[in-house]
Design a protein around this ligand. Structure first.
Ligand SMILES: Cc1cc2nc3c(=O)[nH]c(=O)nc-3n(C[C@H](O)[C@H](O)[C@H](O)COP(=O)(O)OP(=O)(O)OC[C@H]3O[C@@H](n4cnc5c(N)ncnc54)[C@H](O)[C@@H]3O)c2cc1C
Length: 470
């Protein structure tokens, strides 16, 4: 055996595929009964209603320099694009839509049309170059002009950038909602980065969902790995690396806390770095089976799969700050996905699934169900009457399905400035003090999201260091 990979999330599978493509024999050990980590789809409410357990919307998969090199369509993987990437409704019954065209999106922002175009057109127009630069460890940029202008804005706080660039409440709120995917307070340095990257990705590659559910991506990656000779075991948790079969390299799709638990004998200094690694707020996730689509006050919300519920920049900022500070927001910012509008295959005919979460303090056991449903009801009166069944998953429940979701943190650790540069420690990316042991999860660069880049680049590092560059 050349390499064992612990964990079958997008990064574990990307690492396994990269090694197998280089001719290495690989074994993936997955602790859960099903493959995919954050890419699984299950009947969480009623029979016939298939819900994405974790990730649902895939700008980063669509824009991943690694995933797009794989023959995944041959294994049944297909991205479905809603007419609009994102809808952001307001209390007056109107909504802003982010559509693929920068110009069309800008045109709906009135006084901020020109500012929106200036911000996003250059980034969206050069998405492939931008993705090559940012979906990897921090380095001196190969495209200094592009990265200079991106970095200048990305290092700002989301609030600072939104207030500085836009005059109107609608453009400010739209940007704040996208930036809030960072799980950082919107006043923190570099919280603007997520807003810029996910906004640019929306225009360049879309915010699609996977036909049949995100599980299909996990299944396609696993099928491709099998064609390369890779082996995958489920229901096979690794409690100590000492129990693994002999191999030339081990790559762990786990976060620092789990590495500490399963890797005995790591040097004290390195252990201390891992212990100091900062996890971010958790998420409280909900899924519903619905008898009909959400009755939005602003009907254009039915044109998008993703809807951001938080009204103004100010309200979103209060909600994100609360989760970071250990408090629960009365009116939480809710990220909502209505996949069956684009993919009816996930529910019985005429019925719908709905997916949503809000950020909560790390490890919080607060029940946010009523507050999340109140936010939906606020923008869609009559929503509650359409609910056939619901399932709520607080952080502890999410972590039971996937140990990597420590305290409910979905990004493998906070995406603050320090941990963007040194993730999870200042060592050479992906390496550990144990020569042939590597980390390849979202706790390594470039961080959270379904893009596989952490796993792919960790495997390339392993090929260099443990297999003489091949
Ligand atoms: C509710 C939620 C919503 C999200 N929404 C999106 C979204 O819409 N779009 C997006 O791009 N991203 C989204 N994400 C984030 C995304 O899912 C993660 O960033 C991504 O899955 C991280 O990939 P990974 O391979 O590093 O880890 P994971 O996908 O977490 O996979 C880790 C795997 O390792 C296994 N494992 C851990 N420890 C062991 C062990 N000791 N032995 C054996 N196996 C082990 C786990 O069971 C798991 O299968 C979401 C996440 C959550 C939880």
């Amino acid at each position: 055996m050349d390499a064992v990979i612990v964990g079958s999330g997008p990064n574990g599978l990307a690492a396994a595929i990269t090694l197998a493509r280089a001719g290495r024999t690989v074994l993936v050990r997955e602790g859960q009964p099903t493959v995919g980590g954050g890419m699984r789809t299950m009947e969480l409410t009623l029979p016939g209603f298939r819900h994405d357990l974790c990730s649902s919307v895939h700008p980063l998969a669509a824009g991943s320099p690694f995933l797009r090199t794989l023959p995944l369509a041959a294994h049944g993987f297909e991205l479905l694009h809603p007419e609009a990437c994102l809808a952001h409704p307001f209390d007056d019954g109107s909504a802003v839509l982010l559509v693929r065209s920068v110009d069309a999106t800008a045109a709906a922002l009135g006084e901020d049309a020109a500012a929106y175009r200036r911000l996003f057109a250059p980034l969206a127009g050069r998405w492939n170059d931008l993705a090559e630069e940012i979906l990897r460890p921090f380095r001196i940029p190969r495209r200094p002009v592009l990265m200079g202008s991106f970095g200048w804005s990305a290092l700002r706080s989301a609030r600072g950038l939104a207030l500085g660039r836009f005059a109107g409440a609608r453009a400010r709120a739209l940007f704040a909602g996208i930036a809030a995917h960072s799980c950082l307070p919107l006043t923190h340095a570099a919280s603007a980065a997520f807003g810029l990257v996910l906004g640019a990705a929306a225009h360049a590659v879309g915010w699609p969902v996977v036909r049949g559910g995100t599980q299909r991506l996990a299944d396609a990656l696993s099928a491709h790995l099998a064609t390369l000779g890779g082996r995958l075991l489920t229901d096979a948790p690794v409690r100590s690396l000492d129990e693994l079969p002999p191999s030339a390299a081990v790559l762990c799709d786990v976060t620092p806390r789990q590495l500490l638990a399963i890797a005995p004998g790591l040097p004290e200094g390195y252990r201390r770095w891992l212990e100091r690694f900062r996890y971010g707020p958790g998420v409280f996730k909900m899924d519903w089976a619905l008898e009909a689509p959400v009755p939005w006050k602003a009907p254009e919300c039915l044109r998008a799969a993703t809807v951001h519920l938080g009204g103004t920049l100010e309200e979103i900022a209060v909600s994100e700050q609360a989760a970071w500070n250990g408090a629960v927001a009365e009116r939480p910012f809710v990220i909502l996905v209505q996949p069956t509008l684009v993919d009816p295959s996930r529910a019985p005919e005429g019925r719908h699934t709905l997916w949503a979460y809000c950020h909560v303090p790390h490890g919080s056991d607060a029940d946010m169900s009523a507050r999340i449903e109140a936010q939906i009801e606020r923008f869609a009166p009559g929503f509650s009457a359409r609910i056939l069944a619901r399932r709520a998953q607080p952080p502890a429940e999410l972590a039971r399905h996937n140990e990597n979701l420590v305290g409910g943190d979905i990004n493998g650790g906070a995406a603050n400035l320090l941990q963007l540069v040194a993730r999870p420690t200042p060592r050479a990316p992906y390496t550990t003090p144990r020569r042939h042991l590597y980390l390849c999860s979202a706790s390594t660069p470039p961080g959270g999201g379904v893009h596989g880049m952490c796993g792919h680049l960790a495997a390339r590092t392993a090929l260099e260091r443990s297999f003489g560059g091949r």
